[in-house]
Write a protein that binds this ligand. Structure first.
Ligand SMILES: NC(=O)c1ccc[n+]([C@@H]2O[C@H](COP(=O)([O-])OP(=O)(O)OC[C@H]3O[C@@H](n4cnc5c(N)ncnc54)[C@H](OP(=O)(O)O)[C@@H]3O)[C@@H](O)[C@H]2O)c1
Length: 282
């Protein structure tokens, strides 16, 4: 089997593979461990999970079965907004580690902002998890520019990423600029826009020109930009392989611009009414 491998990006001492395997939503849960195991066997060294996904146990099983040394793998997990208070946060981290069967994760994220709990309290719980050695690095997810600025200013430990929806159909200029200003890498979720990008004529035409699939073009467009990390989720072995085989071709400046122009569609897919902050437009 040919092994896919992704290069790394670094921010504030964190060095992360730019392609991670997303583990949200397995339509057939009984296949989950096999799929995660396949990703690791194929060469993925970065797995994205969360308490909310219910996939931590499967991630732990796949890691234990892989034979890959722990320090060669990057594992991210997240604490949900229901656990934003300090005690709940600490309990959630303990449960995550127990469920994963790991002593530490590489990255711990606040999954969504929680307006009913002071941000300082959640940030301090996040920073404490790092100081206690439960995570090597910390970050946030679904934070707007204003929330990110506040988090960076108030957190006693360095934030390394904001994990947000980003793909060629969504304008995220303001957020990307803010992340760059803080020296973060951006983790892009829903990177193929949950398949919406896969029928786009611009993407498919460029794919044909390079002998690559639409998913590979959509992902390559992201990882060819500075400091971007992608966490696609696929439940077919062949798609898992495709999603990391992105480093044997390059998009031209013209192709990058043509794909970049698709952002005028401005489609946001993950927008849960109960959790969403007031998103930055543009
Ligand atoms: N922080 C957050 O709030 C947040 C929110 C959402 C997601 N995430 C993370 O981001 C990950 C990915 O996001 P997502 O699942 O929402 O969106 P996504 O990766 O853009 O889309 C997943 C869909 O794309 C398809 N796909 C992937 N690779 C493909 C390929 N090579 N060829 C054809 N189809 C392909 C999958 O098809 P199949 O099902 O057929 O494999 C699946 O239906 C999640 O697993 C999670 O780890 C984080």
């Amino acid at each position: 089997m040919e092994s896919g491998r992704a290069p790394n990006v670094s921010a504030h001492g964190a060095t992360i593979p730019v392609v991670g395997y997303g583990t949200m939503l397995y339509p057939e849960p009984e296949r989950a461990v096999g799929l995660i195991a396949h990703a690791i066997e194929y060469g993925y060294r970065h797995i994205d999970t969360a308490r909310k996904y219910g996939s931590e146990q499967w991630v732990g099983e796949a890691i234990r079965g892989s034979g890959v040394p722990r320090d060669e793998l990057w594992v991210t997990t997240k604490v949900t907004e229901e656990n934003a208070k300090a005690d709940d946060f600490a309990r959630s981290v303990d449960t995550s580690l127990q469920t994963l069967g790991l002593d530490y994760v590489d990255l711990l994220l606040i999954h969504w902002p929680q307006p009913s709990v002071p941000l300082e309290e959640t940030l301090e719980a996040l920073a404490k998890a790092k100081r206690d050695g439960l995570t090597r690095h910390i970050g946030v997810s679904n934070f707007t520019v204003a929330l990110l600025d506040e988090a960076v200013a108030k957190c006693s430990e360095q934030i390394v990423t904001n994990q947000v929806e980003y793909h060629a159909y969504l304008r995220q200029d303001k957020l990307l600029t803010a992340c760059a200003r803080h020296g973060l890498f951006v983790t892009c979720y829903a990177p193929v826009a949950r398949t919406r990008l896969l029928d786009d004529p611009v993407i498919t035409e460029i794919g044909t020109a390079h002998g690559k699939t639409a998913a590979q073009v959509a992902l390559r467009w992201l990882v060819q930009q500075p400091q971007l990390v992608v966490v696609p989720r696929a439940v077919e072995f062949s798609e898992i392989e495709e999603d990391i085989d992105l480093f044997d071709f390059e998009l031209s400046d013209d192709e990058m611009s043509r794909i970049g122009a698709l952002r005028d569609k401005n489609i946001r897919i993950v927008d849960p009414e109960a959790r969403r902050p007031v998103w930055d437009e543009g």
